[in-house]
Design a protein around this ligand. Structure first.
Ligand code: FES
Length: 365
């Protein structure tokens, strides 16, 4: 039986629905975070799950999962401690922080303590050079750390505490963080409202203010709204905009064809695809044949080539893309996702084990 529950499948469908129907493979990155939120890493089952719901093959999913360091390929601790050992942090003591933690925890890079609490890794630049040396715990920042401070953080974590990061949201486990990275809001009370920007971050703003070039009325301490607050504000803004809409003007009478009207012509809407419009803008005279080298044979008639619709061309390419590897289509295919879900359901039912996956409306056994 799949380790992924009907709730996971429902979330997978929600993620896929965020993307256009013929671009469902774009959902792969959040789906990998979703399966990581279940098992703590991207297991072979997780790869299979993503391939199944997206109509991809496992090699395609594996290629993406192994490219990004945020997807872990083996069981990971509750807390991923990443110490920046890149240039800026290194000259400020980052390597000493990493070495101290490695010796104290008895683990090396990408290894997990025996109690399953801490996975240690050295990281490349964590984009917080102005706070170096920095380390993150499940991607939340601890700034200007020294070896003793870093030891204090990991010991508190091992004792069951959740030390406050220097900036950003409050700590959660790696699985909880993976849920957020899959695009689901952290509903903990005040989870996104902790901490404000630090002075190094505001340095540019302060300089702009000094030189009179800051944005009028900008308040760097504007709190980050929770999802509920943001949804409420968006609904209120929408209602306000609807109320402010002027009543539709009556249709102007159309001039008769032969009245000799001097009203300007109305341009017909351009129904070309954005790709075609971009190509035409870049090469407005692409249809004009010009010899570019002595002896080059080029067509000399002035017939403009038929415009190529980029989307139609891509669809044709996908259709010509044969199944690969385990028989799943190599490219996106309309309906593949639904078909694979149904096939998996039927296969499990035929084995007498009951459906391992549920249909859109069914319940998992
Ligand atoms: S070098 Fe460490 S955050 Fe950039």
């Amino acid at each position: 039986m799949s380790v992924f529950t009907e709730e996971t499948r429902e979330r997978a469908r929600e993620i896929i629905a965020r993307y256009p129907a013929d671009r469902s493979r774009s959902a792969l990155l959040p789906l990998l975070h979703l399966v990581q939120s279940e098992e703590g890493y991207v297991s072979p089952s997780g790869v299979e799950f993503c391939a199944e719901v997206l109509g991809l093959n496992k090699a395609q999913v594996g290629a993406v999962a192994t490219f990004y360091t945020m997807y872990k390929r083996k069981p990971t601790g509750d807390y991923l401690v990443s110490v920046c050992t890149n240039t800026m942090c290194n000259v400020l003591g980052g390597q000493e922080v990493y070495d101290t933690l490695a010796e104290h925890l008895g683990v090396g890079h990408d290894e997990t303590t025996a109690d399953g609490k801490i996975t240690l890794e050295h990281a490349e630049c964590l984009a917080a050079c102005d706070y170096g040396p920095v380390m993150t715990v499940n991607y939340d920042f601890f700034d200007n750390v020294d070896p003793q401070g870093a030891l204090g953080v990991v010991e508190e974590l091992r004792a069951g505490g959740r030390p406050m990061p220097t900036r950003g949201a409050r700590l959660c486990t790696l699985k909880e963080m993976a849920v957020q990275l899959a695009g689901f809001a952290d509903e903990r009370d005040g989870a996104v409202a902790d901490g404000g920007p630090g002075e190094p971050t505001l340095r540019g703003l302060r300089l702009a203010e000094q030189h009179g070039i800051s944005v009028p009325g900008f308040d760097p301490n504007t709190p980050i709204r929770s999802k509920a607050e943001a949804d409420k504000a968006a609904a209120e803004a929408k209602a306000k905009a609807e109320a402010a809409k002027p009543a539709p003007a009556p249709e102007p009478a159309k001039p008769a064809a032969a009245t000799g009207s001097t009203a300007p012509d109305v341009k017909a809407p351009d129904d070309k695809s954005p790709q075609v419009r971009t190509a035409e803008t870049r090469q407005p005279d692409a249809g004009t044949a010009v010899a570019d080298a002595p002896g080059t044979k080029v067509p000399t008639d002035s017939t403009a080539p038929a415009p190529r619709d980029a989307q139609a061309a891509e669809a044709a390419g996908v259709a010509a893309n044969p199944p690969a590897g385990d028989g799943k289509p190599a490219g996106d295919e309309a309906g593949a996702q639904q078909r694979n879900l149904k096939e998996a359901e039927a296969g499990a039912g035929a084995n007498g084990a009951g459906p391992a996956v549920a249909s859109e409306t069914g319940v998992q056994k």
